[in-house]
Design a binder for this molecule. Sequence first.
Ligand code: FES
Length: 166
Amino acid sequence: MNAENLAKAQEILRRFPQKSSALIPLLHVVEEEFGYIPPEEVANVADLMGVTEAYVESVLSFYTLFHRQPTGKYLIQVCRGLSCQLLGADDLSKFLYEELGVQRNGTTADGMFTVEEVECVALCKNAPAVQINLAFYPDMTKEKLQAFLEKAREEVRSGAGDEAAL
Ligand code: FES
């Protein structure tokens, strides 16, 4: 991790009397910097915490919110919880897979989009729900997703650099 995040990691470690309790916050620091957890950072985090790499791996394999491979610029997570499934989440996923030419957990060849299906994102009252990067989008439709994809592609084409939003 870079120097700024190393300082952040050391500050996190100081806050936890038991170093092993700091693992999840440390992994968040790594995920924020790289967009996923590179293998060399597993070793780095294990060293910082004074635990084995196997211990870090065991936690990583349990939590699906951490990624082991790089994701696209836009990480689109379709909720597959019951409320969302009853209200069309499968159609949204299918639409995205067809539109982007990817399979579940796949990333487009240009590195723009990754599509995942995730457990309940706590917007059941406004199902179906989607999360894109850190933002939540309730009452999702294929039309809204189509508009988002076009906006994101246009922003990349124009070199705007800003992240598209719905
Ligand atoms: S089931 Fe989708 S937000 Fe809860």
